[in-house]
Design a protein around this ligand. Structure first.
Ligand code: A4P
Ligand code: MG
Length: 464
């Protein structure tokens, strides 16, 4: 795949819609839009008695050769209804090839880099967000400093929406813990929550009045007037909710769909994407037992974000407004990302549960069992925080204590085989930490490994 930068411009009709039409049409043609700059409001250059432009720059990856890419861009311009009347005059959509790999070439129909880009602040400003240098190694910052153009070029918003992020009408489909917490929190921060929808009508009315929004009658009704549609249903309902929300009416080319699932990729909202909507997902790395704690814990959380190019700048802005810490994530890594959260959160819970069950089995009261297990878990966490996982490791594995290890396994095999299996599996993983600590000799590590791999009842010959 080849890397290129495209300059977009529009000053006729619904300018933002035209820029988004370009993004959508490029993606339909298998040009991958990797990143998008902010959208800039710019004073017309050249033929100046025309309306201000919106300009943006896209970084794309493509298999198309330069001339084929040019032809595609011109086809998209034509489909956007551009009429070539006045040179440098008004246009619904202009797509210029600014850079293509490190190419420097001039032919009859195509010059790369774009011949007039250095004289245009409306190209260089957005380009400077995405690229560092030109093929001749001049930095973009340098080109900007030397640019003779003094016309006004101002950030106007993102491809999601222009203007103040707080004035963008939002809708929430699904008002469970995270949806209602998110809607409530955004509303408190001065955002505009236009509508909420929940299949449970009472819940819908209740949350709607709590966040000062309209209680919508259907997914499509909720999405109707919104620019950004949060699909905050259970994961298993995201796909169908999204299909219903984008099924009827409304111009999807002006909407962005956002889900907050930790494990689903953006593909789950494909119904909206096919109609031209931008997609993003944001996911707080946090556990929520109820709505109240969700609202309290959202700010300050780390949020992973994935998104189609046009939606990323907006999603980032949103997380920052929530006082969260955004971490960009590749969409295809979503399942793996989620598995880490399950291991750190849920599996820890399950292991503490197993420990408490063992205590109970040997006569501890329920309360005594929990009181025994929790302080140990807490100290372990704070030691990991202070010393790192390897240095914080204690116990038979850390000491290379084969006989205790063997006694543990034998006792568990006889009374609680599931816990024995978990003990073996987690300890095998933990041998990395033992090796990292470097306090146990290789032979003992091998012997521990054999013991752990042995499974229930396996005979292990002493140390090798
Ligand atoms: N061409 C040569 N090299 C390229 C290239 N790297 N990318 C040829 C794209 N096209 C290239 O372009 C004319 C011919 O340039 C094409 O047929 C192609 O073979 P066009 O898009 O058909 O005509 P145009 O857009 O009217 O002319 P041009 O020269 O592309 O105009 P520009 O340079 O795009 O300027 N002010 C603000 N604030 N913002 C703007 O976006 N745009 C223009 C148009 C004027 N003022 C503006 C803006
Ligand atoms: Mg042009």
């Amino acid at each position: 795949l080849r890397q290129a930068f495209l300059g977009l411009g529009s000053n006729v009709g619904d300018r933002l819609r035209n820029l988004r039409f370009a993004v959508h049409s490029l993606e339909e043609a298998s040009v991958v839009v990797e990143t998008a700059s902010h959208v800039y409001l710019t004073e017309p250059l050249g033929y100046t008695s025309q309306d201000p432009f919106l300009n943006a720059v896209l970084e794309v990856s493509t298999e198309l050769a330069p001339l084929d890419l040019l032809e595609l861009c011109q086809r998209i311009e034509d489909r956007a209804g551009r009429e070539r009347t006045v040179r440098w005059g008004p246009r619904t959509l202009d797509i210029d090839i600014l850079l293509y790999e490190d190419t420097e070439a001039s032919a009859k129909y195509l010059t790369i880099p774009h011949p007039r880009m250095l004289e245009r602040r409306f190209v260089l400003e957005p380009l400077s967000e995405l690229a560092d240098e030109l093929p001749d190694r001049t930095t973009i910052d340098r080109a900007l400093a030397e640019c003779p153009d003094t016309s006004s070029v101002e950030v106007a918003g993102t491809l999601v929406a222009l203007g103040d992020i707080r004035e963008v009408p939002l809708a929430f489909i699904g008002t469970g813990k995270v949806g209602s917490a998110m809607a409530g929190d955004l509303r408190e921060r001065g955002f505009t929550v236009d509508a909420v929808y929940d299949a449970d009508g009472d819940r819908c009315t209740e949350v709607a009045s709590a966040v000062g929004a309209r209680a919508a009658k259907s997914e499509a009704d909720a999405a109707g007037a919104a620019t950004v549609v949060f699909v905050t249903t259970q994961d298993s309902h995201i796909r169908s909710a999204c299909e219903r929300a984008s099924g009827t009416g409304g111009d999807m080319l002006l909407k962005t769909f956002v889900h907050m699932s930790g494990s689903l990729s953006l593909e789950s909202m494909d119904a909206a994407r096919r109609k031209g909507a931008l997609l993003a997902s944001i996911h707080p790395v946090q556990t929520f037992a109820d709505s109240v704690s969700a609202a309290r814990d959202l700010p300050g959380s780390t949020f992973s974000m994935t998104g189609s190019a046009g939606a990323r700048a907006f999603a980032m802005g949103l997380v920052e407004e929530l006082a969260g810490r955004p971490v960009p994530l590749a969409d295809e890594d979503k399942a793996l990302y989620h598995s880490a959260a399950v291991i750190a959160g849920n599996l820890t819970n399950m292991l503490i549960g197993a420990a408490a069950e063992i205590y109970r089995g040997i006569g501890f009261e329920e309360r005594q069992a929990v009181e025994a297990a929790l302080p140990l878990a807490r100290t372990t966490l704070s030691n990991i925080e202070k010393l790192g996982a390897a240095e914080a490791l204690t116990g038979p594995l850390a000491r290379g204590d084969l006989s205790t290890l063997e006694a543990n396994l034998e006792a568990l095999d006889a009374t609680f085989p599931e816990a024995a299996a978990a003990y073996r599996a987690v300890s095998l993983l933990g041998l990395r930490l033992v090796i990292e600590r470097g306090a146990v000799d290789d032979a003992t590590i091998l012997a521990m490994k054999a013991l752990l791999e042995g499974g229930a009842g396996a005979e292990v010959e002493g140390a090798p």
